[in-house]
Design a protein around this ligand. Structure first.
Ligand code: ZN
Ligand code: ZN
Length: 83
């Protein structure tokens, strides 16, 4: 299984559920605990509970964080991995 977004094969195209603007991919959720996170968590209204794509419990998905500049909010987006 590989994540096409992590491997640069596909662009993550997720729209903000609030304003429908294109969001920016901030990388995998697990990477955001790294010291060089691309944004300051204090600045955003982080809603970890929100899932944009529902692939069902059996799908192995790669969890990315996307950020809407307009709402200054981050969301989780699950990317279906390729077999
Ligand atoms: Zn990924
Ligand atoms: Zn938004």
């Amino acid at each position: 299984m590989l994540c096409p977004v992590c491997n640069g094969l596909e662009q993550l195209a997720v729209k903000c559920p609030t304003c429908a603007m294109q969001t920016n991919d901030l990388g995998r959720a697990v990477d955001l605990t790294a010291p060089y996170a691309p944004y300051q968590p204090d600045d955003v209204d982080f809603n970890a509970e929100m899932t944009i794509m529902d692939n069902g419990p059996e799908t192995q998905s790669c969890c990315h964080i996307v950020f809407c500049r307009q709402c200054r909010a981050a969301f989780e987006a699950e990317v279906a991995q390729w077999p």
